[in-house]
Every structure is written in C-alpha cells, then in structure tokens.
Design a protein around this ligand. Structure first.
Ligand SMILES: C[S@@+](CC[C@H](N)C(=O)[O-])C[C@H]1O[C@@H](n2cnc3c(N)ncnc32)[C@H](O)[C@@H]1O
Length: 476
C-alpha cells in the first residue's frame, strides 16, 4: 500500500502514536501506520482515513481509543516455548538456584510477563515452574502477565489455543498440559491457568512499579519482542521502570535481538552461552547507575542471583479486628506521625522484596494508629504479594470497615477475587469502584495509588470488567 496521507499528517500521527503507546513508526513504516489506522477507522465511526486522523489528533485519547489503536497497530505474534535458549538459561541458571536458596525460608517467587499478548509466554513460565517445583502447592508463586490490548488479554485468560501456538513446542507439552476440545483446539489445564494473573497495563500511560497493581518486587521480568517496536526514548523509560520493579539481584530478560548495553545501562549485563540477560545489582555491589556505562559481567564470574539477605521473621500475623480493639484511653499513645513513619518503612521494605519485614513494619504502623485504613490496605497489598490472598481479603475488608468509600480497597478486592476465579465477586467490587469514582473529578489523584487518577482507574476497571472471562465460577 502506498502512503495516502500528506507527509506532514503522517509525521504528526507517528509522533502522536509514539507518545501515547510507545510504538515507533519512522518514515519507512508510515505505510504500516496508515494501514493500521485505516483498519481502526470504522471502529471510530469513520470511513475516511484522513478525517479519522484529524479527529484522533484533535481529541483527547481515551483508554478505549488507545485500546482500539493498540489492537490494530501492535504485533501480537507469540507462541509456546519461544526462544528456547533464553528459557533454558532462565530455568537452569536462574530459577533453579533461586528456588534452592528460597526453599528453606521464603518459598515465594514473582515473575512478570510484560507484553504478554495472548498468554503463551506466561503459561510457558507456569509450565516451567510446574516442572521445576515438585511441591508447588507449598510455594507462593506470582506470575503476572500484562498487555495493553484487551482483545489479546481476553484470549489469554481463556487459555484455548490452535496448532499455530505450538509450532515450536516440545511434543510433551500438549499431551501433559492441554486437553483437546471437540473443535480441535487445545485448552490449558485449569491448575496451570490459575497460576497466571492477566492484567491490563500500558507501559507508557500507567504507573509501575506500584504495590497497587502488583508490579513491584519482581524476581524476573520477561519483556521479549516488545521494546523493539518502541521509540528509543520510550524503551529507555520502560527499562528504567523495570529496573525499579525488580528486587535487588532480580533479572530482566529481553529477546536476543533486543539486547543493548545503552538501553539497559542501569543493569549489569550477564553473558551466558548464547544469550545476554540483565541483572539488577545488589545494594552491596559497586557498579554503574542509570546513565553510566555498565560493567560487562559474565555468567562464569558472576553466576546466579545469590539469595537475598536473611530477614527477621515477624510473629505470625495476628488478627487486629477493629471490633476487638481496646478502648482508646487504654491504648498506648504514639506520636501522630509515627504510623506514617512506620508505614514508609513498610513500603520501602516491600519495594525491595523483603515482604516479611514489610509486614512487620505494617503491623507496627497499625499498632501506632489502628484506625487508619491506609495501613490495613498497605498490609493487604503486601499479603497479596506473599500470595496469602485470603488473609489479604480480610485486611482489605478491615480497611473498608474503617472507610467504606476507600476506592483502592474495593479495587484490591476486585483484583483478588478475580485472581481466585471468583468472577461474580470481582464484578461486584469493580462495580463499587465505578460507583465511588463518580464522586471524584477525572484528574483527582487517588490516595495510596502512586499517582493514579480517578479517570484512569475508571478506564482500567471498565477494561477489567470487559475482560473477565465468562468461565464457570470456582468454589468461594
Ligand atoms: C510481539 S508481542 C510479544 C509477546 C511475548 N512477549 C513474546 O515474546 O512472545 C508484543 C506485545 O506487546 C504489547 N505492547 C505493545 N505496546 C505496549 C504498551 N505500550 N503497553 C503494553 N503492552 C504493549 C502488544 O500488545 C503485544 O501483545
């Protein structure tokens, strides 16, 4: 197809798309850009491409509009066990030693498939872990999978695939992990499907890392075949956000064609036979910071992520039910900002992945100020990261008892019920969020939301409601 738009308009359109989605359409790809926007035009009720582009450039782009553009402009190509060498290194050199080091104390692991498309990568990770961990039920495993195209997220959550998704897969994959359906397609086993949480996240517009969307304290982030489509500036911002989303010693894995010392200069590049992976330095290691040239390290002299320093285990979490609180006069009086200080300690520990310690600080903050719903909410986000979903729900209920209009607590409950397969309850809490958000202005920054505005949360929740799978409810 030859470009039909005046070049000044193509140039404006390309810049606009880069700002809102990160996707890079230099002049040699303007024809692709036009083709994608022309395909999206009928969804915006336009028959004519040029009028549609003028309208796009003049109107504020809502989330819904971004989603339509995303589904026509982004490339969702993916399949099971893609880039096998990368995965072998992940399994043998990173996950096995990491699991070994955590087996005694903290049986938890957090992985993020960032730009997950239809879910093959995230399910590959779940299957990899299923094969590596014999006592899987004794571990808290988080596999977060995010994308900004709601169509691919819906397909991912269903977990049903055709032959093409298995084009590079080992033979045992379908036999062991899928059930063939009458229509000839293959459905992933429910227990593997439940290991993955799919969520909407736009790398350009959304806030991460954040406790509120479960994107902090990751051990491994896979962002493969995504940043190659981004402008260098956007790719750099995303890489820096990933750096902050990882625990010290955590790993970023990109596709072999995306490795770049300048783009990932905050990380230590670690050379494995046939691949370069990026590792966030431990606090004790000297090395380059953002913007400084990296020191090349090799697998042989660096090895794998050593275990994080041991943390002091707090007493088991005790119920601080508000109904059982001592009368005010008998409670020890703490200075007014003591709870705030303690909760900052909790956040700081949580952001570094020291979750037991974080929860300990959080309990101290609650002891200093029992009636502050924010501390109960913060505790719930930490419990969620630990995979203790049912207790996290109790803490969120307590936050709501103290402040029934606490939007983020309703949102957290929606997310937790969704990840537990309780879609009816998830719908109810997401519905509450939308109702409460009517009381806010679009640009209001919500408490405890790391800069998230009311308008943005409304868009996110609307999308989540649309992407909830129409699957049978699991037991409650
Ligand atoms: C080629 S797929 C990669 C899938 C998988 N990671 C793999 O390597 O097989 C790229 C994915 O990145 C997503 N993506 C592109 N831009 C994005 C953005 N700004 N925010 C979130 N996801 C984005 C696309 O929707 C698409 O699903």
């Amino acid at each position: 197809m030859r470009p039909v738009l005046p070049s000044v308009l193509s140039s404006q359109l390309s810049e606009f798309i880069a700002i809102r989605t990160g996707l890079y359409f230099p002049q040699e790809r303007w024809a692709d850009l036009e083709r994608g926007v022309a395909a999206a035009a009928p969804d915006f009720n336009f028959q004519d491409l040029e009028s549609c582009v003028h309208w796009l450039l003049s109107a504020p782009l809502t989330r819904h509009m971004t989603e339509i553009l995303a589904s026509h402009l982004s490339i969702g190509e993916t399949y099971f066990f893609r880039e096998q060498q990368n995965l072998d290194i992940l399994g043998e050199q990173i996950l096995m030693p990491l699991l070994q080091s955590r087996r005694q104390n903290e049986r938890r692991l957090r992985i993020w498939s960032a730009g997950c498309s239809t879910g093959e990568e995230a399910y590959t990770l779940a299957i990899l872990l299923d094969r590596l961990i014999p006592d899987l039920a004794a571990w808290n495993i988080t596999i977060l999978a995010t994308d900004f195209n709601p169509k691919v997220l819906r397909k991912a959550a269903q977990g049903v695939y055709g032959e093409w998704s298995f084009r590079n897969a080992p033979v045992w994959l379908r036999q062991r992990y899928f059930t063939e359906r009458d229509d000839g397609r293959y459905e992933i086993q429910p227990r593997i499907r439940k290991m993955v949480t799919f969520s909407y996240l736009n790398f350009v517009d959304d806030v991460y890392p954040s406790l509120s969307n479960n994107t902090s304290a990751m051990d491994v982030i896979l962002c493969r075949n995504v940043l190659m489509y981004f402008t260098p500036q956007r790719a750099r911002q995303v890489a820096d956000n990933f750096y902050r989303a990882l625990v010290a010693g955590g790993w970023l894995i990109v596709s072999p064609t995306e490795t770049s010392n300048s783009l990932f200069s905050s990380f230590a590049p670690v050379t494995f036979p046939g691949a370069v992976l990026y590792r966030k330095r431990l606090a004790t290691e000297s090395g380059s910071r953002v913007g400084e040239p990296p020191q090349q390290q090799s697998f042989h002299d660096m090895g794998v992520a050593p275990p994080l320093p041991p943390v002091v285990r707090p007493e088991p979490v005790t119920e601080v039910a508000v109904t059982r609180m001592a009368p005010a006069e008998s409670r020890p009086v703490s200075p007014p900002d003591e709870g705030e200080r303690l909760s900052r300690m909790a956040r700081s520990s949580a952001n570094q992945g020291r979750l037991d310690e974080a929860l300990d600080w959080c309990e101290k903050a609650i002891a200093a100020d029992k009636l502050n719903p924010l501390y109960h909410y913060l505790g719930a986000t930490i419990l969620q990261e630990q995979g203790r979903h049912d207790i996290a729900i109790q803490w969120l209920m307590r936050a709501l008892y103290l402040d029934p209009d606490f939007v983020l607590a309703h949102f957290g409950l929606g997310n937790l019920h969704q990840s537990l397969g309780r879609y009816q309850q998830a719908r109810r809490y997401f519905g509450n969020v939308l109702t409460l958000l009517h009381l806010h202005l679009q640009d209001d920054i919500l408490p405890e939301a790391d800069g998230l505005t009311a308008g943005r949360l409304a868009e996110i929740v609307t999308s989540l409601l649309e992407s909830l799978p129409e699957l049978a409810e699991t037991s409650v």
